[in-house]
Design a protein around this ligand. Structure first.
Ligand code: TXA
Ligand code: MG
Length: 330
């Protein structure tokens, strides 16, 4: 699922800290059309000025991302995000309740939209998000422009939750990495499309229950609604190199184990990691991508214990199903 690299230019990737002077420097890099990886509360993003065709083209190349897959635009304030699109009553209620936070809203692009077509993959809609991470907010404020930011990994791979993961994925391909420590939520934002009735396009860091409580009604699902499928919701994604087997209640001789709540502790597997020994889904979400990445270094198969589907479990299971899906031919 990778494309040739039309405009890929090698870069020296600098490490920046979360100090104010470093954030100001990263903002200047963004304004000059550069590529900046930065922390959000969900995962690290790879930012580019959403108004610049050259910057957005370079971002697609750095990530080896297919250009039919549109990007999420990030803003420092809810007000700035609202100015980009047309918000239905439901969309406005979700924005009011959950921004800043781990929620992305897909809405029709409005007359004030400054996000270029390339970043939207030519769609008439736009994906908007206001992150709550203080480093992300300071960076966006200082940059003063809409910043498109996909997760800062090569296309199809596991999303980064630490600066070191970003370097492992994108060293030599981006200008700088702002290090804000490990991310809090650990899963990407929940994406809700508000075109007609709100539809859950990608479960994520904001739970379905919380969204439905604000809406006062259920969220639709993407099944059977092909016209608004997120082009990026490819079956195989978040793919480790090792094969992944879900719902494991026993462990094979060559399998590493990714456990939840100690279910497979007695099997004696090595390596063995437990997403949350106490069975806490919030802790499991925060650990998921880092543990998958850790287990992937040096094993051929990973057995994953069953994880309940409620709360953040919906998003955790969604990512694991994609990690376990058959891989497209390279
Ligand atoms: O938490 C997150 O959302 C992170 C952080 C960095 O903000 N970003 C992220 O971006 O996960 P990315 O590019 O990995 O995933 C964005 C998803 C893709 O599946 C894409 O297809 C979908 O959003 N998307 C973007 N614009 C869309 C649109 N107008 N309509 C439908 N789907 C859209
Ligand atoms: Mg991604």
């Amino acid at each position: 699922m990778t494309e040739p690299e039309p405009s890929f230019v090698p870069r020296i990737t600098r490490h920046l800290t979360a100090a104010a002077t470093d954030i100001a420097e990263a903002a200047a890099v963004l304004r000059a059309g550069g590529l900046v990886a930065f922390p959000t509360e969900t995962v690290y993003g790879l930012g580019a000025d959403a108004r610049s065709a050259a910057a957005v083209a370079a971002l697609y190349s750095a990530k080896q991302r297919p250009r039919f897959n549109p990007l999420i635009a990030h803003f420092a304030t809810t007000e700035a995000a609202l100015a980009q699109g047309s918000f239905s009553r439901d969309a406005a209620a979700l924005a009011e309740a959950f921004w800043p936070g781990p929620l992305t809203l897909v809405v029709p692009a409005g007359p004030g939209c400054t996000i270029i077509d390339l970043a939207r993959a030519g769609l008439s809609t736009v994906a908007l998000r206001v992150p709550r991470h203080p480093v992300a907010r300071s960076l966006l404020q200082a940059a003063g422009c809409p910043v498109v930011a996909p997760s800062a990994n090569r296309s199809g791979r596991i999303s980064p939750t630490q600066a070191a993961h970003v370097r492992a994925e994108l060293d030599g391909r981006v200008d700088c990495i702002l290090d804000g420590g490990p991310t809090e939520v650990g899963l990407e934002s929940t994406i809700v499309a508000c075109l007609r009735n709100p539809v859950l396009m990608r479960p994520g860091g904001m739970t379905r229950d919380a969204l439905e409580a604000v809406l006062g009604h259920g969220l639709g699902s993407v099944d059977g609604k092909a016209e608004i499928l997120a082009p990026g919701m490819l079956a195989s994604h978040y793919a480790p190199t090792a094969s992944v087997r879900l719902g494991a209640t026993t462990v094979g001789p060559d399998e590493a184990v990714l456990d939840f709540g100690g279910q497979l502790r007695g099997a004696g597997a090595d390596p063995y990691l437990d997403l949350s020994p106490s069975g806490d889904l919030v802790e499991a979400a925060a650990n998921l991508f880092g543990y998958l990445r850790g287990l992937d270094a040096g094993v051929v198969a990973i057995a994953v214990a069953p994880i309940p589907i409620e709360g953040l479990g919906e998003a955790i299971n969604d990512r694991l199903v994609r990690a376990a899906a058959p891989r497209p031919p390279q």
